[in-house]
Design a binder for this molecule. Structure first.
Ligand code: NAP
Length: 261
């Protein structure tokens, strides 16, 4: 096998790296996990349960061997710390202990107008979307510093624009941008790059509730005249964690077909 052999995973840009992707069982996270496996990473696929993440881990393993599935509630600080320890001690991509790449993608919505939004729904969205990312970054910091790693936080275009009925969600996603900027500044001296990707409207379970009328009205308001696909987001993440992203940190890359322009 030569290095130009397309089946030689050592010639791929992320060969020898462990990529931890949260929310990897479906939608955008699934597309990111598979794309990073295609780029040669050994992927740790995290969802709310190991069973949910297993099919995507199997698909990743078929591309780059060694992917594994894990289940955790990302908002549970102690459980996340234990999980990252387990990943670090069992996955090294053939080199240093992982993770080398952390993609905080797990997220939920609990939409409601402000007057009717419960404290419970506000807290839960903040806990999963914002604290969940902080939990994984904190638990992974040592490995990321040793590996000169990359962090990508999946925020949303509504972090920049706001959205009626999404005060909790938009606040959590805006918080992720502040978290990203701070991590970028704090870890830059150790060669870690941290960025955010802000999707617009993407075809996943999260947006499946939109009816056909809302969907076509939405598409008409997007300059590129279509909703995005999970692969549109995976491509942006792959760029940021790959060789092309080596000198990019503290940025929010908006991937929304021009919606927010
Ligand atoms: P999705 O299809 O609803 O999938 C959500 C993922 O997050 C699933 O893998 C789910 O795991 C996981 N998850 C949810 N709560 C969790 C928890 N407490 N602990 C662990 N994992 C948890 O979502 P998506 O549309 O792909 O969105 C992915 C990310 O992109 C989210 O952060 C979302 O806010 C962001 N985003 C999406 C859009 C869009 O239009 N779709 C736009 C902007 C931003 P299970 O399968 O086990 O439940």
């Amino acid at each position: 096998m030569t290095s130009s052999d397309p089946n030689d995973s050592s010639s791929k840009p992320l060969a020898g790296q462990v990529a931890l992707v949260t929310g990897a069982s479906r939608g955008i996270g699934q597309a990111i996990a598979i794309r990073l496996a295609q780029d040669g990473a050994q992927v740790a696929c995290v969802a709310t349960s190991q069973e949910n993440a297993q099919p995507v881990a199997d698909a990743c393993s078929a591309i780059t061997p060694g992917a594994r599935a894990f289940g955790v509630d990302v908002s549970d600080t102690d459980a996340v710390a234990a999980l990252v320890k387990q990943i670090s001690s069992s996955m090294d991509g053939g080199g240093k202990a992982g993770p080398h790449i952390l993609v905080n993608n797990a997220g939920i919505t609990r939409d409601q107008i402000l007057m009717r939004m419960s404290e419970e729904d506000f807290d839960r969205v903040l806990d999963v979307n914002l604290k969940g990312a902080w939990n994984f970054i904190k638990a992974s910091t040592r490995a990321l510093m040793k590996n000169g790693g990359r962090v990508v936080n999946i925020t949303s275009v509504v972090a920049l624009t706001g959205n009626a009925g999404q005060a909790n969600y938009a606040a959590s996603k805006a918080g992720l941008i502040g978290l990203t900027l701070s991590v970028a500044k704090e870890l830059a001296s150790r060669g870690v790059c941290a960025n955010a990707v802000a999707p617009g409207f993407i075809e996943t379970d999260m947006t499946a509730a939109l009816d056909d009328k809302a969907r076509s009205e939405l598409a008409a308001s997007i300059p590129l005249a279509r909703m995005g696909t999970p692969n549109d987001i995976a491509g942006a993440v792959a760029y940021l964690v790959g060789p092309g992203g080596a000198y990019i940190t503290g940025q929010t890359l908006v991937v929304d077909g021009g919606l927010s322009v």
